[in-house]
Design a binder for this molecule. Structure first.
Ligand SMILES: Cc1cc2nc3c(=O)[nH]c(=O)nc-3n(C[C@H](O)[C@H](O)[C@H](O)COP(=O)(O)O)c2cc1C
Length: 175
């Protein structure tokens, strides 16, 4: 199974990139978690450009998103919201026909920062992403249980991304 990892931070030494890299090492056999490295070089979103000639970089970004069974997003808080570069990347996905229903796992590496997570959830819900609550984890990378928490979130996410999970019928009512 292929998953695509997106960091909201571009910084060398970013805790969010560190969390995604850690998750790569924790992924079970048969799961490839690829870190998308182009977020910072995507052009500024422009509806005219999207309508007339999608830039190659954006087309490649959309292709990688389309081919992924799910997205793993680790995003910091800037001024109580999502970093502008990351919102720009998400804006390029708003008009992507096969984005709705895309499973998403969120990693929050700053337990005290709640505004960006709330903003991110609002944006993703508006885009009709399928946020997987049991796979959304808050981790302090300095704590010894961080790998365990990341791994548990990933395991829940993989269950939610399995083809059968999307179409599974609702359980019959008891009694
Ligand atoms: C421009 C800027 C604005 C920030 N605003 C907030 C904020 O509003 N709330 C907060 O908790 N942290 C804020 N921070 C701290 C970052 O969220 C924190 O340093 C985080 O670790 C950055 O993610 P990274 O390590 O992946 O780069 C801000 C940092 C920067 C550079």
């Amino acid at each position: 199974m292929n998953l695509l990892a997106l960091s909201g931070s571009l910084r060398d030494g970013s805790f969010n990139i560190m969390a995604l890299r850690a998750l790569q090492t924790l992924a079970p056999e048969g799961v490839a978690l690829v870190l998308f490295e182009g977020t910072g070089t995507l052009p500024h979103f422009n509806l005219d450009v999207e309508m007339h000639a999608l830039p190659d970089m954006v087309a490649d970004f959309r292709r990688q998103v389309a081919e992924a069974a799910g997205l793993v997003i680790a995003c910091p808080e800037y001024a109580h919201s999502i970093p502008g570069t990351f919102k720009n990347a998400l804006d390029w996905l708003v008009g992507m026909p096969d984005f709705p229903g895309k499973p998403v796992m969120l990693i929050n590496t700053a337990p005290r920062a709640s505004h960006a997570q709330a903003a991110l959830r609002e944006v993703l819900a508006t885009m009709s992403a399928r946020l997987v609550p049991e796979a959304c984890v808050t981790v302090d990378l300095r704590e010894p249980d961080a790998p365990e928490r990341l791994q548990a979130g990933l395991a829940a996410f993989l269950r939610a991304c399995a083809p059968s999970a999307a179409q599974a019928p609702a359980p019959a009512p008891l009694g």
